[in-house]
Design a protein around this ligand. Structure first.
Ligand code: KG4
Length: 335
């Protein structure tokens, strides 16, 4: 009998629903929330309300696109955490209610585990176990050792800001829009990455830190704006390129160290920041130099999406790993 999973993702500001049958993706629908753009960041209360508006039409559209009726579902997978509590509760309550009414199992997915397992969605070339994964998003920067779909170990992680958060915050102080990552990426392509130098962290082991860079960037801007109030406008491409290069260098330095320490040369990239052109190029350079086998998912699977939750749910369903209905959503945790 075929296994059909409906997956729901609502951990931050995207409402997603996907349908997967026997490991094959039939539909992947995402409704983004434009409402946050005016505030320069995600406003949790507005996000919860937008999820409530989106959840029914998004699930409906996914089922229609897949050509799947509710009665054909084997289980419902949902992101239980980590994320914004109000946002998570919309998806989790909906999934619990639907699973109960259909009499089918509920499966919990960890959002971060989902980002890693995006590499196993049908249209991507999956890395062989064990592999390393650089998981970089708006809320996380981690180096993971992945031994199985359900066995991931954190080798290093940020002790303060995440890489995407650093891009978003620096973008905000320069007066660019939100989210800052794609804007900096676009501007950086016309800039000189060697134009300016910013502080780089010097911390032991495989952990990351981005708050020092953010502070040094702020002081640098303040000093230059005193001399030239239009400094950002005149130099935005060089500023973006230099900032981006610094962040990519910081990420790659620890990742190279992780490869050296573990001897694992299959290296994957996950999370929203993996859409970044310079980071992708840095990965490709390692492959061209013959150092690593690299795995970069398509753009549509790098940012928040329900397809990655569906594949997580599918593996768990095959293992009979169901979630009790009373298990609550959680806002904080790593893998
Ligand atoms: O994984 P994701 O969609 O969700 C959260 O973490 O919530 O990641 C979003 C992050 C944001 O910080 C955004 O600025 C960053 O990914 N991002 C990028 C690019 N596209 C998205 N950062 C750099 N370059 C990009 N092209």
């Amino acid at each position: 009998m075929s296994v059909t999973i409906l997956a729901i993702e609502s951990s931050c500001d995207d409402t997603g629903a996907a349908v997967l049958r026997d490991g094959r993706l039939l539909a992947n629908v995402t409704a983004s929330q434009k409402v946050h753009e005016a505030y320069g960041g995600v406003v949790p209360e507005l996000a919860s309300r937008a999820h409530q508006q989106h959840i029914v039409p998004v699930v409906d559209q996914a089922l229609k696109q897949a050509g799947v009726a509710l009665e054909e579902l084997s289980a419902i997978a949902v992101t239980l955490g980590p994320g914004l509590m109000g946002s998570l509760l919309v998806g989790v309550s909906f999934a619990k209610g639907l699973a109960t009414s259909l009499g089918i199992p509920l499966i919990e997915a960890n959002h971060l585990q989902g980002h890693v397992l995006a590499h196993f969605i049908e249209s991507t070339l999956p890395p062989p176990y064990p592999f390393l994964c650089l998981l970089v998003s708006g809320g996380n920067s981690q180096i993971l050792r992945v031994d199985a779909y359900n066995k991931m170990t954190i080798l290093g992680q940020t002790i303060d800001d995440a890489a995407g958060e650093a891009m978003d915050k620096c973008s905000k102080v320069m007066g660019f829009g939100y989210p800052g990552g794609p804007i900096i990426d676009r501007l950086a392509r016309q800039g000189n990455p060697e134009a300016y130098q910013f502080a780089r962290p010097n911390i032991a082991g495989l952990d990351y830190s981005f708050s020092g860079l953010k502070t040094s960037f702020l002081y640098f801007l303040r000093d230059h704006l005193r001399e030239d109030p239009d400094f950002v406008e005149h130099h935005k491409e060089d500023l973006a390129a230099s900032l981006e290069r610094t962040i990519v260098d910081i990420l790659m330095k620890k990742l190279k160290l992780a490869v050296k320490q573990t001897g694992i040369r299959h290296v994957a990239l996950s999370g929203g920041v993996s859409a970044n052109t310079a980071l992708r190029q840095a990965f490709r350079n390692q492959e061209e130099a013959g150092n690593w086998h690299i795995y970069i998912p398509p753009f549509s699977y790098t940012t928040d999406n329900a397809a990655m939750i569906a594949i997580t749910g599918y593996y768990k369903y095959l293992d009979g790993d169901y979630c009790p209905l009373e298990k609550p959503a959680y806002s904080r945790t790593t893998i």
